[in-house]
Design a protein around this ligand. Structure first.
Ligand code: DOR
Ligand code: ZN
Length: 345
């Protein structure tokens, strides 16, 4: 097959940043995606309905004209998030979810949740308002090895939340382990997961063999090829609607990545759907791409499928070495390497 058409995809986990950074990258997602769930971990996090509305306005202003792109806003949960704020989010059509960052787990998560029981009143309200909970599933306990943090979170924190809020929709974001795949499969249909292109196309060898490669550093950190990456690949191409597209594209400028204390985050918005096409084609399952990219996400969120279509052509192209990014440079995933599928504009 050399050409495929699919319903326009959506990105169910995207970092767009703000200010000049936002302006330099938002067009790339808008070209590929109909909608995106916008992560709220700005340097000043999006904790209130008012902030979410202001951030959405900023995104809309930064978009190319007539892009048709729809940013779906997310509240950042803190120990102090009130049920009242959640009720107000429930009455705000632009807000689609709320996000749990364990405090200190990743970029701009210092105001996150110190103990999940602190947000139980907010979770109660979310269950009632039918607002999905999005989860960065890692513990921060320094005693727990960084490669085990997702598995320990599932066992010690997530499972309890799932049992205590049986009606709450939960997305375990950017899953990285076989443990996460197995857990999501064991749960009922209200528990789903997003999978990134980088966790499908890379493993920790890419980051650590032959020298430390900071552009492969993200959180949750890349895991083993076997069994973790293999389990993610199997889940993504399985056609099981519990698993859908979420890039976690997270831009940081080159200086902040190539540093003695480099930031976590891999930028993939420049070629998101092409990267996933590479994965599905590589597994001999290109015909399953549309479900993963364009159908299962909206179905989980209870939203209509996009009406537009996109076309991908098997026509190799080289990913640029960098993009301009707010006066600095941004190294994209697959920089300088070849991708076999190209999105026709
Ligand atoms: O690698 C990551 N980068 N993981 C996250 O959880 C946050 C993200 C970011 O905002 O840079
Ligand atoms: Zn993220």
């Amino acid at each position: 097959m050399t050409r495929i058409s699919l319903i326009k995809p959506d990105d169910w986990h995207l970092h767009l940043r703000s200010g000049e950074a936002l302006k330099s990258i938002v067009g790339m997602s808008a070209r590929q995606m109909g909608r995106a769930i916008i992560m709220p971990n700005l340097s000043s996090p999006v904790k209130s309905v008012r902030q979410a509305q202001a951030y959405r306005k900023e995104i809309m202003k930064a978009l190319p004209t007539n892009s048709g792109f729809n940013p779906l806003m997310v509240l950042y949960l803190t120990d102090g998030t009130t049920p009242k704020e959640i009720e107000s989010a429930g009455a705000t059509p632009e807000i689609y979810a709320a996000k749990l960052y364990p405090a200190g787990v990743t970029t701009n998560s210092d105001d996150g949740v110190t103990n999940v029981t602190n947000i139980y009143p907010a979770l109660e309200a979310m269950q009632k308002e039918e607002i999905p909970l999005l989860v960065h599933g890692e513990v921060t306990d320094p005693e727990v090895d960084v490669f085990d943090r997702e598995s320990v979170f599932i066992e010690k924190v997530l499972d309890r939340v799932v049992k205590d809020f049986p009606g709450l929709k939960i997305v375990l974001e950017h899953i990285t382990t076989k443990d996460a795949v197995d857990y999501v499969l064991r749960c009922k249909d209200n528990i789903a997961a997003t999978i990134t292109p980088h966790h499908l196309l890379a493993n920790r060898n890419h980051m650590l063999v032959g020298g430390i490669k900071p552009h492969y550093y993200c959180l949750p950190v890349l895991k083993r090829h076997n069994p973790d990456q293999k389990a993610l690949l199997k889940a993504a191409i399985s056609g099981n609607p519990k698993f859908f597209l979420g890039t976690d594209s997270a831009p940081h400028d080159r200086e902040k990545k190539e540093s003695a204390c480099g930031c976590a985050g891999i930028f993939s918005a420049h070629a998101a759907i092409e990267l996933y096409a590479e994965v599905f084609d590589g597994e001999g399952s290109i015909e399953r791409l549309e479900g993963f990219a364009s159908i299962f996400g909206p179905d989980f969120y209870g939203l209509p499928h996009n009406r537009e279509k996109i076309t991908l052509e098997k026509s190799p192209w080289r990913v640029p070495d960098h993009y301009e990014f707010a006066g600095s440079k941004l190294t994209p995933f697959f920089a300088g390497a070849e991708l076999s599928w190209k999105l026709l504009s």
